[in-house]
Design a protein around this ligand. Structure first.
Ligand SMILES: NC(=O)c1ccc[n+]([C@@H]2O[C@H](COP(=O)([O-])OP(=O)(O)OC[C@H]3O[C@@H](n4cnc5c(N)ncnc54)[C@H](O)[C@@H]3O)[C@@H](O)[C@H]2O)c1
Length: 437
């Protein structure tokens, strides 16, 4: 499909969707937003979705999209690997709740590095981007260029050149009035929303420091097979290669960085300094990423953000955020409990805690139905940039300024994407030796 045809078709559909859903606003669909799965809205137009990246999260996102709105059908899927696509398709089709709305055929199942473009060009209205994040900027750019609404998993880039591409795409989505919803899921959690609103309303006073942890164990890895090229090996083990994942700081602890930024009202810091390395996860099966980071973000008003993340087995685990203000302390406990404040004003969240992943999609499809584009671009890219800033400071051992995190010229993406393309086997970054590029 060329872009013009896509835009015209979309404009027509958008008009139809807006008209047909007008009566619903504030009705059953809106009421259902925070309590997914109870009933579906009566939408009279079908939205087609395409999934790009059919792994764990992509399959989850497709389920949530199908649960969000009963007139959504999944019509196309794309993955680098056929086995990943087929197992996801089988699981989705097998769902008693929405399996009948999985309309993916062999003709709309696309495999390989160009699968994303084929999904985008297959006539879908919404794309779900859930590949490893190194590809995200380029998939986002293509989706927006073709006039598609997007659900975009976090993080949004693994280097500054990619981030710049994603920033342009997010601006373009705004101009085109396309919805762009982020996979930084805590911003969609009702408990966290209430907790951070307390902070933003000044109920802990001026925020002087945020202390966030993302301390977990280690993850999966797939042993090398003799028939795999180096490209296939890295793609199968994408988590351990910075061009694909961004390192575990950018790939996973970005959730905590996003919450730190939220507490700081998304005001960017001035600079960051880090202590980090690779101590336990040292074998070649772990590629070249680190296994721990401690980062200090410094803000213009003297406040600081402290981010600690570790992926080492048999160590204590924690994933919480503590916000220290001049009038109190907020504890945001994530999966561990209800947000609370102690200090001049005590407070504890006592509301419902529906599935935040479902809310992301409920709000995405609501925005499309209402013709009221929702664009998470600014903050989702700022949180990604904060994570990149932390990695740059960690790998180089230098204090890196906020502006440098965007102007960096280090492009991690291989020049050619193909199974036989040469791909660098990177060495482990060494603070004090690895240069800032
Ligand atoms: N928001 C959250 O809580 C959350 C949770 C888990 C994962 N995620 C994010 O979702 C993304 C995917 O993570 P996952 O756990 O599903 O990983 P995964 O390995 O299970 O899935 C990734 C899929 O993308 C495919 N893929 C790789 N390169 C591709 C390409 N160029 N084109 C098409 N397909 C490609 C892989 O083959 C795989 O099937 C990551 O960015 C991750 O950070 C977010």
């Amino acid at each position: 499909m060329n872009t013009n045809n896509g835009s015209n078709r979309l404009a027509t559909r958008r008009h139809f969707i807006k008209t047909s859903s007008a009566a619903l606003i504030g009705g059953a669909f809106a009421a259902n937003l925070s309590f997914p799965g109870k009933s579906f809205a009566e939408n009279s137009d079908t939205l087609k979705i395409g999934l790009i990246g059919c792994g764990g999260r992509g399959s989850g996102a497709a389920s949530q999209a199908l649960m969000a709105d009963k007139n959504v059908v999944l019509t196309a899927m794309g993955d680098a690997f056929d086995n990943r696509l087929q197992s996801s398709l089988k699981n989705l089709k097998g769902s008693a709740e929405f399996g009948d709305r999985v309309k993916v055929t062999p003709e709309t199942s696309f495999v390989g590095f160009d699968a994303y473009q084929k999904v985008i060009d297959s006539g879908v209205d919404v794309v779900l981007l859930a590949t490893p994040p190194g590809f995200r900027p380029y998939h986002l750019k293509a989706a927006v260029a073709a006039g598609k609404h997007v659900f975009c998993e976090k993080p949004m880039a693994t280097d500054a050149p990619g981030l710049r591409v994603a920033m342009e795409a997010a601006q373009e989505a705004k101009k085109k009035k396309l919805s762009l919803v982020s996979g930084f899921c805590w911003r969609y959690n009702l408990a966290e929303r209430a907790g951070f609103q307390q902070v933003l309303d000044g109920n802990v006073g001026l925020v002087r420091a945020v202390y966030s942890t993302y301390n977990t164990g280690t993850l999966w890895s797939f042993p090398r097979k003799p028939e795999w090229t180096e490209m296939e090996y890295q793609m199968r083990n994408w988590y351990y290669f910075t061009w694909l994942s961004g390192d575990h700081l950018v790939e996973q602890a970005c959730h905590s960085i996003d919450k730190m930024s939220w507490a700081m009202n998304d005001v960017p810091p001035v600079r960051a300094t880090a202590h980090a390395g690779r101590q336990v996860r040292t074998g070649p099966e772990f590629g070249h990423i680190y296994d721990h980071f401690a980062i200090v973000y410094e803000y213009a008003n003297g406040s600081k953000g402290f981010l600690f993340t570790r992926q080492q087995d048999n160590c204590s685990q924690d994933n919480t955020d503590t916000i220290l203000g001049t009038k109190g302390i907020a504890r945001i406990l994530g999966f561990a409990g209800k947000p609370e404040i102690t200090g001049e004003k005590n407070w504890k969240y006592e509301g419902p805690r529906p599935d935040m992943y479902q809310i992301e999609h409920n709000e995405l499809f609501k925005s499309i139905r209402e013709g009221a584009a929702k664009n998470d671009g600014d903050w989702m890219l700022q949180s990604t940039r904060l994570a990149l800033l932390g990695r740059m400071a960690a790998y180089t051992g230098k204090t890196i300024k906020w502006e440098e995190s965007l102007s960096s010229q280090e492009n991690l993406m291989p020049e050619r994407l193909a199974w036989d393309a040469p791909v660098v086997v990177p060495t482990v970054a060494m603070p004090g030796k690895t240069p800032f590029i």
